[in-house]
Design a protein around this ligand. Sequence first.
Ligand code: ARG
Length: 459
Amino acid sequence: MSDKKLWAGRFAEPTDAFVEAFTASVEFDQRLAPYDIQGSIAHATMLARQGILSEQERDDIVDGLLRILARIEAGQFRWSVALEDVHMNIEAALTEDIGIAGKKLHTGRSRNDQVATDVRLWLRAELAEIRIAIRRLQHALLDLAEREAETVMPGFTHLQTAQPVTFGHHMMAWFEMLDRDHDRMADCAVRVNVMPLGAAALAGTTYPIDRRYTAELMAFDHPAENSLDAVSDRDFAIEFAAAASILMMHLSRMSEELILWSSAQFHFVTLSDSFCTGSSIMPQKKNPDVPELIRGKSGRVFGHLMALLTLMKSQPLAYNKDNQEDKEPLFDAVDNIKGSLKVFAAMIPAISCDRDAMRLATMRGFATATDLADYLVRKGIPFRDAHEVVGKSVAYCVQKGCDLADLELAELQRFSPAIGADVFEFLTLEGSVAARDHIGGTAPAQVRAAIGRARLRIA
Ligand code: ARG
């Protein structure tokens, strides 16, 4: 295949070799090849229908492009840096294969609307996969939540023991975070699925094209309304990177908790050996590498969001070469969120919970203090006074080195005569969680109901 530049007509001097390599994008944008070919087939089909190409030319183009696709998929396509990008590599190969008709493919379009179309087709396909991957992780969380619906653990605020919750409830909190991530991806897909093709370089084209037809051929919802906007806009990419960043922020929080919980000090969970690694010097170590790496990867995805925002900041209309820089952050964000989701979904079912350790931890730190206050309120004491009574009882326990539930009735009654023998039902961990029995509460019955609703929602 000839490496002669397709735009060399007005140039007298050859491109400087370093500039050629510096400006080329083929190293990374070759990944768009299947979408570039899909877009070209749709374009040629429309051109023939409008009488701009003959049917023979269209057939030659379509067959030629499919042959190129097969070569690319077989790893038998020679990518040339001199031909700059995926678009010109494929077009040059097509012309070499089918002759004159290949040179007609670019009628009525530009690489500016072509690349914008390719990226949208690619991202649309990736968004569909990402949504499936999020759902897979959500299903894993539902199963774990169901398994541990009754398991009591300390709920924290400020990372200090707050109130008892169930492990299932905690898993359902993660589920809800991911559910919003799924919705954000779905919402992003709506704005991705708009077709730039036909905007040509920036102003549209003089040929009698039918953009609605091309959009239909590629299952875009509609053609972009404004040609200048169509070739220039990358806010769909920024929006995706923002949704990806929020997703990674969630995964980093989940990772952080797994890392804490799997430490010897917490010992709430054990991660399967297949998601951990050892230390080359400390024989006792089993490090939670997978969640740590995911926590770390959140940083690079946030970086991609910043890169894309900065890339677009102050860009005048319409297309500028700056936009070539949209691809690597996008590709890397997609690869890393897909990888993170995949490994997380595999790690969740293999988590084993140390129910006794969680129980013991919940007994430390006066997790049922609020339950005692609520008990006093039910006995007619105003909440502020009840708060004071419990505060004093807790101070007494701290001094004595015991939990509220360890006190004798007589000792408790010293703080309030309203306390009766029935108080101990409310000071148990099971009593505490079971009492939070409303939508969104941590009672095992409510967690099970939430799991049931969630299963229907994501079915
Ligand atoms: N490789 C370019 C990109 O990714 C394709 C569009 C180039 N257009 C141009 N007028 N130079 O943005």
